[in-house]
Design a protein around this ligand. Structure first.
Ligand SMILES: [Zn+2]
Length: 145
């Protein structure tokens, strides 16, 4: 027994425009967001880094993970404009989703509303930042670096 965290946890409900799940072993992700950091997990065994954060390493199956901040610049690998969106996001369209390459891990997410469409280019440097939403939810977005 001991200090194992309960897996049913309310915190992840605060992530994103719409809440998808309250069951996770990586709810500290929300604590990091609330402290201004987008964070992934790194395997203490083999060093593999994961984003979104994983509680168990997909490479060596170790469960000793530590948090690392997604900071510095990533390179825009791919992007796409959504004209149709899943339930909960329909009032946001059109918006851009993208993948940033940080070298040994990648981050999937949304480009900030303030970035003009004609500015978005594959290969451009971008940063990932925490984005508090008006409804009290919290997520992260990509900005020009
Ligand atoms: Zn590992």
């Amino acid at each position: 027994m001991g200090g194992k965290k309960k897996e049913m946890d309310e915190r992840l409900k605060r992530f994103g425009t719409v809440s998808f799940t309250a069951t996770t072993k990586v709810n500290d992700f929300i604590d990091h967001l609330e402290n201004g950091a987008v964070a992934g997990t790194r395997c203490k065994g083999c060093g593999e880094r994961f984003f979104p954060p994983r509680a168990d390493c997909a490479t060596c199956l170790d469960s000793e993970m530590e948090w690392f901040p997604v900071d510095g610049k990533g390179k825009l690998l791919s992007f796409s404009q959504l004209q149709y969106a899943p339930v909960g996001f329909t009032e946001d369209v059109p918006y851009w989703i993208a993948v940033l390459d940080y070298g040994d891990y990648k981050v999937f997410g949304r480009i900030a509303d303030g970035v003009a469409a004609e500015e978005i280019k594959v290969g451009m440097p971008m940063i990932t930042r925490v984005n508090p939403l008006a409804n009290g939810q919290i997520n992260y977005v990509f900005e020009k670096a």
